[in-house]
Design a protein around this ligand. Structure first.
Ligand code: FAD
Length: 398
């Protein structure tokens, strides 16, 4: 049924182990990380000295690292509620956790045995981390990349610039996409201390504050041929594969942010009294709440479907872009209505509503803007990709 092939499936944790992991992670999120919100927003800096040990202790770095490398090896259905929970608190922390897990997962799928053995055990504990280096200041993505990797016979010489690269201050490795021939994109793993690589911070962001999304300059950076991920020219396929599931993770982040905005709005509507009644009694406010809940319910359903298909071994190229696109539209509407329900106080920093609104804007950009999601979805559908009934065929192994 699917035109996009199949993939290896993570076994996931048993129910008891997962329940223990969930408890540890949610306790860390609400008792230890959420209280850091004001500090991070004020200082525009994540206090890594505090945050990284908390993430390490609760197992947040190894969520998608296969168990044979020391991680939890979660299924996608198990991972989505966790990244959604992170998306309820300060967004810079969510982005850090997302990029770390997403590209550890990508490496476990596209890296060779040597690359996995070298990096994944460290990724499971947070000592190592792979950042994703695709976007460029001087070019577009995919076929338009300007960064080159010239074959030197014993390795590659990389030249070019990447920017907006999340975790650029933390990453031990960068998964760099570069042209190895005019029409050929390849993926290379570059260590952060490679001679010729300089990393500079960019100005602070609108939301999801505190992390670093830096500018990487590659000036004659020489890497061995073992840095190549897969074969020369595999870069475009690797890119699409990594982004396919990562777009679902972004949609789950949209879900978490929406749920938090809704929960706060429901509580506010019940407690805020005007003209002698809680505003929840007003039909106009009820409509906002009903619309918010409907968006959340629809997104949750899409994510459950996408996760079930992926966990059954199916590729989901159209569903992932549909989830990502619907998710950003949903979180846009929900955070907008949350501001309306809260009135003026929602616009101030007294409540997290204005932060959720700002943080959510990043969901438009991560793993590609809307135009890319429309393009991917339409391309798949026009190529005959079917999304109806896929779950049935995936689970029956056809
Ligand atoms: C906080 C943050 C973190 C990020 N982290 C990472 C990261 O870790 N790694 C990474 O590689 N990137 C990262 N990015 C970059 C992000 O993925 C891109 O910003 C996003 O994909 C848009 O690409 P661009 O900035 O090059 O925009 P542009 O490509 O310049 O696009 C600008 C506008 O033009 C439209 N457009 C451009 N080309 C076309 C076309 N051919 N057809 C139709 N419309 C088009 C776009 O849809 C958009 O509306 C991050 C960005 C931010 C803000």
């Amino acid at each position: 049924m699917t035109t996009a092939g199949r993939h290896e499936v993570a076994e996931g944790l048993g129910a008891l182990e997962y329940a223990a992991l969930w408890k540890g992670i949610t306790t860390a999120i609400w008792d230890r990380l959420d209280p850091l919100e004001q500090q991070i927003e004020d200082e525009e800096r994540i206090p890594y000295e505090t945050v990284l040990p908390i993430l390490r202790d609760c197992g947040a770095f190894g969520l998608l690292v296969p168990r044979e490398y020391g991680g939890s090896g979660l299924s996608i259905a198990q991972y989505l509620p966790i990244i959604a929970e992170f998306a309820k608190i300060q967004g810079g922390i969510r982005v850090l956790v997302h990029v770390h897990n997403s590209f550890a997962h990508a490496l476990s799928e596209i890296g060779d045995q040597r690359q996995r053995t070298e990096i994944l055990p460290g990724a499971a504990t947070g000592e190592k981390s792979v950042a994703f280096a695709l976007t460029e200041p001087d070019h577009g993505t995919g076929a338009d990349l300007g960064t080159t990797a010239r074959d030197t016979g014993t390795g590659y010489e990389i030249n070019g610039r990447k920017w907006l690269i999340t975790n650029s201050d933390l990453a031990s490795h960068f998964l760099v996409f570069a042209k190895t021939a005019p029409r050929e994109v390849s993926a290379l793993l570059v260590e952060r201390n490679a001679p010729g690589l300089t990393i500079e911070p960019l100005p602070e962001t609108m939301g999801c504050k505190g992390g670093q999304h830096g500018l990487l300059t590659f000036a004659n950076v020489v890497v061995p041929s073992t840095a190549l991920v897969g074969a020369e020219g595999d870069g475009q396929a690797h890119l699409e594969r990594a982004l396919e599931i990562s777009r679902v993770f972004i949609a789950a982040s949209s879900l978490g942010t929406s749920q938090r905005a809704f929960d706060l709005s429901l509580a506010h509507a019940r407690s805020r009294v005007t003209f002698g009644k809680p505003i929840a009694h007003r039909q106009a406010v009820q409509r906002y709440l009903a619309e918010m809940a409907t968006d959340i319910y629809a997104l949750r359903g899409m994510l459950a479907d996408a996760a079930a298909k992926w966990d059954a071994g199916a590729r989901i190229p159209a569903e992932s872009s549909m989830c990502k696109q619907f998710g950003l539209e949903a979180v846009g509407r929900v955070t907008d209505r949350a501001l309306l329900v809260h009135g003026g106080i929602g616009y101030t920093r007294k409540l997290p509503i204005e932060r959720l609104y700002r943080d959510a804007r990043l969901n438009w950009l991560e793993e590609g803007p809307p135009t890319v999601q429309y393009l991917v979805t339409a391309r798949e559908l026009l190529n005959g990709y079917e999304f109806d009934g896929l779950y049935e065929s995936a689970t029956s192994g056809k």
